[in-house]
Every structure is written in structure tokens, then in C-alpha cells.
Design a protein around this ligand. Structure first.
Ligand code: THU
Length: 133
């Protein structure tokens, strides 16, 4: 599937990146199964560990508005190479969206590489690990 339009939304979302420490702008756009798109950007904090990535901003916005089923998420940076998502985002996306979601990596020129989240995060922690019966 061609996710060019979703990537364009992720690229546009970079505009609002609050990244005064890393100067690394990230935008994300998540597509629900109903066809709605939520965007997000990275938002840094002077207490660095409180920074939130673009992917989590996007999915939290969607979930906070009642959306629970997702088809794909696209991520855009200013880099000329593909940038893979961090481990925290892989975990959050796995929990909330599931491994079958398409993860759309992109280069600054719009070129895409699509992987299943389950390929990016093959051996995840999940509620099954601690919820017994
Ligand atoms: N960042 C994201 O927004 N998504 C990722 O998947 C990796 C990292 C952000 C966090 C921080 O603001 C900046 O990129 C540098 O780590």
C-alpha cells in the first residue's frame, strides 16, 4: 500500500516539533481503520526523560478521542535516511495498536519503507506476561 499522503501529514507535523535540546524534529501521523488521521510531534522537556516522541503524541491523541483500531503510522524526520522508532514507542504502539499495524518509515525526500510493527518489535512485553487467568 502506498502511504504517500500519510507521510505528507507526518512531514507537516514536524512543524510543531518542540525540540530545543536535540534540534531533531520528528512528525508522526497515525491512520485509524475508520480512515481518520491524527498527527503528533516530539515535545522535549528540560528534564530530558520527560520528553515524548512524535509517535506517542499521535497515538495518545487518537486514543484520547476514542479511537482504538489502527492501520498504519508514518514517521518523518529531516534526515535523508530512514530513522527507526525508539523502543518506548514500539512498546506503546504494540500495546495500543498491535503488531499488524504498518509502520511507515520515511526519508526527507518522501521515500518510504513499510514494515509491520511485529517485524520491528518481534518479542514484546505484554499484559499476557502478568495477567494470569
Ligand atoms: N524521537 C521521536 O520523536 N521519535 C522516535 O522514534 C525517536 C526519537 C525524538 C525524541 C527527541 O525529542 C528527539 O527525537 C531526539 O531523541
Amino acid at each position: 500500500m502506498n502511504y504517500k499522503a500519510l507521510v505528507k501529514k507526518a512531514q507537516a507535523a514536524r512543524k510543531y516539533s518542540y525540540s530545543p535540546y536535540s534540534h531533531f524534529r520528528v512528525g508522526a501521523a497515525i491512520l485509524t481503520t475508520s480512515g481518520k488521521i491524527f498527527t503528533g510531534c516530539n515535545i522535549e522537556n528540560s528534564s530530558f526523560g520527560l520528553t515524548i516522541c512524535a509517535e506517542r503524541t499521535a497515538i495518545f491523541k487518537a486514543v484520547s478521542e476514542g479511537h482504538k483500531k489502527f492501520r498504519a503510522i508514518a514517521v518523518a524526520t529531516d534526515e535523508d535516511e530512514f530513522v527507526a522508532p525508539c523502543g518506548a514507542c514500539r512498546q506503546v504502539l504494540m500495546d495500543l495498536a498491535g503488531g499488524d499495524i504498518d509502520f511507515v518509515l520515511s526519508k526527507n525526500n518522501g521515500e518510504t519503507s513499510v514494515m509491520k510493527l511485529s517485524e520491528l518489535y518481534p518479542y514484546p512485553f505484554s499484559a499476557k506476561d502478568f495477567v494470569k487467568e
